[in-house]
Ligand binder design. Structure first.
Ligand SMILES: [Zn+2]
Length: 302
C-alpha cells in the first residue's frame, strides 16, 4: 500500500510554466499527471526536440525549501532504505572508483570540480583511482560540505552560479547524478563554460530515463527529477550549449558523457530532430506492453 505523504502545498503550488530547456519551444504534450510518490506532477514531452520535463515546474526557491525542510528526505525514505551519512559516503566512494574506470582515461591532471558534490565521496573515489587530480567540491548543503571537508575533500559551500571567479582554469568539471535534479541545466552548462579552461573537460553522468522506464516497465516520473534525459536529448542539450561530445554511452543505469568546448561557429541548434520521433516511438511501444501501469509504485534506484 502506498504510504501517505504530507508534502507542503506551498512548495507544490510555487510553480512556473517553463519552455523547453533545449530548444525553447512551448509546444509539448502531457505524458503523465502523477509522479511515483503520488504527487500531482505533469510530465511533458517537447514536440520539437523530444525533451521530457516537468511542466509546470517548482521554482528554484520552492525546490530549495523542499530539500532543506526535510520533506524530500521523508519522501525518499519511504522508497529507499534510509542510509547513514557514513554509509552514503562509502557508497559514493565506491561509485567514484567505478566511474573512474570509464572516465579516468579522459580526465586531465589538475583542478577537478564536482558540482553538487554532496559529502565528497565521488571525488574521493576518483582521487583514489587517479591521484593526479586536485579535487574541489561545490555543494550548497552546509552539513554535507562540512562532512566532505572533514574527509579531506576541499568543498565550497555554494552553487555553481555563485562560485567565486577565482575558481577558473578548471581542468575537469563533473556533474554526477545531479543534472536531472536541476531546474535549469542550460544555465548550469553556461556557468561550466565560464569556469573551464580552454581545453577543459566536462563530464556528465546521469540516469538514463529510457533504461529506467524499460527496467520498471512504466513511465515513472518523480518530483525531484525536473528533467528526464535520453542519450539523444542529453547530446542535444550539451551541443546546444557549445560543447563537442567525445563520448556518450550508456553503462548500467547511467548515461556517461564527456565533452569539450566546441568552436563557436560549430555550435548546433537542432530542431525538429529525430529525437521527438524516437521519444514518441519508444513511449508508444512502452504503453503497448501488457504490464504497463503508469501509476505503479516501486522501489527506484535513487
Ligand atoms: Zn525542445
Amino acid at each position: 500500500m502506498r504510504p501517505e505523504f504530507k508534502v507542503s502545498q506551498t512548495a507544490l503550488s510555487d510553480t512556473i510554466s517553463v519552455s523547453c530547456n533545449i530548444c525553447g519551444s512551448v509546444k509539448s504534450h502531457i505524458r503523465s499527471t502523477v509522479d511515483r510518490y503520488g504527487l500531482p506532477v505533469n510530465s511533458v514531452i517537447c514536440k520539437e526536440c523530444g525533451l521530457i520535463y516537468l511542466n509546470p515546474m517548482m521554482t528554484q526557491n520552492a525546490y530549495w525549501r523542499f530539500y532543506a525542510s526535510g520533506e524530500y528526505r521523508k519522501l525518499l525514505n519511504a522508497f529507499k532504505k534510509p542510509v547513514t551519512p557514513d554509509e552514503s559516503y562509502s557508497q559514493s566512494v565506491d561509485f567514484g572508483i567505478r566511474i573512474a574506470k570509464v572516465i579516468g582515461p579522459f580526465l586531465h591532471d589538475g583542478l577537478t570540480v564536482e558540482v553538487g558534490s554532496s559529502r565528497g565521496g565521488i571525488l574521493h573515489g576518483l582521487k583514489k583511482a587517479k591521484d593526479t587530480i586536485i579535487p574541489l567540491g561545490v555543494e550548497p548543503s552546509i552539513e554535507e560540505a562540512e562532512y566532505a571537508i572533514a574527509k579531506g575533500i576541499p568543498t565550497q559551500k555554494t552553487i555553481i552560479e555563485e562560485l567565486s571567479d577565482s575558481v577558473n582554469d578548471v581542468k575537469n568539471i563533473l556533474s554526477v547524478r545531479s543534472l536531472n535534479h536541476m531546474v535549469d541545466p542550460t544555465r548550469f552548462l553556461d556557468y561550466t563554460k565560464k569556469h573551464l579552461s580552454d581545453d577543459g573537460r566536462l563530464f556528465i553522468i546521469v540516469l538514463d530515463f529510457m533504461k529506467f522506464c524499460l527496467r520498471n516497465k512504466a513511465f515513472i516520473s518523480q518530483i525531484d527529477h525536473p528533467y528526464m534525459f535520453f542519450p539523444d536529448t542529453l547530446r542535444q542539450l550539451v551541443e546546444k550549449c557549445g560543447f563537442k561530445i567525445n563520448l556518450c554511452e550508456v553503462r548500467g543505469a547511467y548515461i556517461y558523457l564527456y565533452a569539450q568546448r566546441a568552436c563557436e561557429s560549430k555550435i548546433r541548434v537542432r530542431k525538429k530532430t529525430r529525437s521527438y520521433a524516437l521519444t514518441r516511438i519508444f513511449l508508444s511501444e512502452l504503453a503497448l506492453r501488457p504490464e504497463f501501469d503508469t501509476h505503479r509504485h516501486f522501489l527506484g534506484p535513487q
